[in-house]
Design a protein around this ligand. Sequence first.
Ligand SMILES: CC(C)(COP(=O)(O)OP(=O)(O)OC[C@H]1O[C@@H](n2cnc3c(N)ncnc32)[C@H](O)[C@@H]1OP(=O)(O)O)[C@@H](O)C(=O)NCCC(=O)NCCS
Length: 176
Amino acid sequence: MPDPRQARVSDHPALVECVQTWWGDSRTPQQARELSLLLPKLFLQFFSGTSLVREDEAGAVEAFLVGFYSGDNGHEAYIHFVGVDPRLRGQGVARGLYEAFFRRAAEAGRTEVRAITSPGNTGSIAFHRAMGFECEAGDREVDGVPVHSDYDGRGQARVCFRKRLDGAAVRAFTTR
Ligand SMILES: CC(C)(COP(=O)(O)OP(=O)(O)OC[C@H]1O[C@@H](n2cnc3c(N)ncnc32)[C@H](O)[C@@H]1OP(=O)(O)O)[C@@H](O)C(=O)NCCC(=O)NCCS
């Protein structure tokens, strides 16, 4: 599997396009367009060094991860977006991006990775659980999953994930 490369500011238009077309399994086209507003250029201007892109031989984006290291909490890293071309799902592509992010975060001294998703995005919930994330206790459950009501504003519930990069995990990621 090809290694992902570091993201660049010039990737921004392509990544917005990916969000608008790849999120169709959990959202309507209108909702997917609205979702892409959560990926403004600033993420590439200020966090391309911790974000990853996988592209094909022609340079088309096949998958991406937008993440960063917390400026406030020195032990934390955060994954804001991950997306894989629907034609390439189920082959370990997102796992490869996450493991590359974990390895880099561990090398940078980060010991915990956090992420959130919407309660309706069952694919994302299953993926994060498969990647070893734990769900933080919420104020209610939806289909057995802890949910934080109004997390991102009224009516904007989220599932909150947390994964420790403990000593064993850090060694595993740094020896590859
Ligand atoms: C979620 C997403 C990134 C997963 O990408 P992927 O490349 O298909 O995932 P992988 O093949 O690397 O799967 C890694 C693990 O997660 C599990 N997994 C991934 N998607 C899953 C799904 N929809 N249902 C159940 N399990 C899933 C796999 O079984 C695998 O487990 P294993 O390694 O223990 O066998 C992809 O479906 C996607 O781009 N979805 C739309 C965008 C999105 O919702 N992003 C997340 C929120 S920002």
